[in-house]
Design a protein around this ligand. Structure first.
Ligand SMILES: C[S@@+](CC[C@H](N)C(=O)[O-])C[C@H]1O[C@@H](n2cnc3c(N)ncnc32)[C@H](O)[C@@H]1O
Length: 350
């Protein structure tokens, strides 16, 4: 292990600050405790050994605490349940920390194995950005939708039209949905049309099948445990996923886009959220080239939309912004539709 793993310490603390700013004081505190433990050469230094220089896009901090949360959820670390709000507990950093270190020591192999898994953060709230963007682009076409998603994880956002989106002016989506997204939209809401999804297929290098208990635990483990609304949304979306089928394919984003086709009489949509940061520069270029190539083949009866909710910066030192953007063909002009929280709501439409 390097003497002072500056890069790792920076990614742990930056992730903690991001969690704190995004509504998880628990992970803000926990990442700071983990970082200090790494500085002191404690159990987390040993678990993270060999990952000191991993690229930020591998999101090592989220893999680490996702692995720990999984131990709490599936009962392998029962002593931590009383500290994790996701299992009915109440977070207390000072009291929990000695037991967290003890559980991490006992399950060090499982924690190290978790570092090999890409984070499977399924954020159903991002459906507010994606379906709203689709309502904005779809209303001119009025075709059934063939929906394809890269980095789809468990494919929960592929069922976005089954969720209820509330906003100051009303709501959209089935009123009896087990998934309710409050304060989904601000500004002029998207047109309240109907969306008919004729086909839904997700692509991911590590797709998760949430129809089984193991997959359910996996996706729950990546939610920050003190975020009850996100956990509720996720549990509701898993219930819907068990009724509304979507095909999940284990494939890279670049290979998936290279294999897409258009269809006469249908709107083909490629969408993705919080996936871009996980792709290499080459893969990003391949996805953009693939989308442009599809767009070049689009026609009035076979339109194509590339819709994204991904981070962007105005300049190298500017803060991250989470933008909802679309390119639709024929035409292919890039349009910024709105801006949102990293987990979706509220989406501010332009
Ligand atoms: C942060 S999750 C986002 C999941 C979902 N899109 C959402 O917004 O809730 C990123 C997903 O990208 C997947 N992923 C990472 N690299 C990928 C690649 N090269 N090709 C396809 N999927 C990839 C991961 O397995 C993970 O499921």
């Amino acid at each position: 292990m390097t003497a002072r793993p500056e890069h790792l310490l920076h990614t742990l603390r930056a992730q903690g600050q991001f969690c704190g700013a995004s509504g998880s004081p628990m992970y803000d505190e926990l990442f700071e405790l983990v970082a200090t433990d790494v500085e002191d050469g404690g159990v987390f230094a040993s678990i993270l050994s060999g990952h000191e220089d991993d690229s930020a896009r591998h999101a090592v901090p989220l893999r680490l605490l996702g692995g720990l949360h999984r131990l709490v959820l599936d009962g392998r670390a029962p002593a931590l349940r009383r500290w994790y709000p996701s299992t009915g507990g109440s977070w207390d950093a000072g009291a929990a920390w000695p037991q967290i270190k003890a559980s991490a020591t006992e399950h060090a192999d499982a924690m190290r194995a978790a570092l090999a898994q890409p984070p499977q953060t399924n954020e159903v709230g991002r459906s507010a950005a994606l379906i709203g963007g689709l309502l904005r682009t779809n209303h001119e076409f009025d075709f059934p939708v063939r929906l394809f998603e890269i980095g789809s994880s468990a494919g929960l956002n592929l069922r976005a039209e089954h969720y209820r989106y509330r906003h100051a002016g009303g709501g959209w989506g089935p009123a009896d949905s087990p998934v309710t997204i409050d304060d989904a939209w601000r500004g002029p809401p998207p047109p309240a049309g109907a969306i008919r999804i004729a086909e839904r297929r997700g692509y991911d290098i590590a797709p998760v099948d949430v129809t089984g208990v193991d997959g359910e635990m996996t996706v729950l483990s990546y939610v920050w445990p003190d975020q009850q609304a996100r956990l509720d949304r996720l549990r509701g979306a898993i219930a819907i996923a068990r009724k509304v089928p979507a095909q999940l394919v284990r494939q890279t984003a670049a290979a998936a886009v290279a294999g897409l086709t258009l269809a006469d009489g249908a709107l083909t949509v490629l969408w993705h959220s919080i996936t871009w940061q996980y792709l290499s520069d080459d893969e990003r270029a391949a996805v953009l080239d693939g989308a442009s190539a599809l767009g070049a083949r689009a026609g009035a009866r076979s339109p194509f939309v590339h819709l994204t909710m991904e981070p962007a910066r105005n300049g190298p030192d500017s803060p991250l912004r989470f933008l909802v953007r679309a390119r639709r063909w024929p035409g292919g002009e890039l349009v910024v539709l709105g801006e949102c929280h990293p987990h979706g709501p509220p989406v501010h439409w332009q």
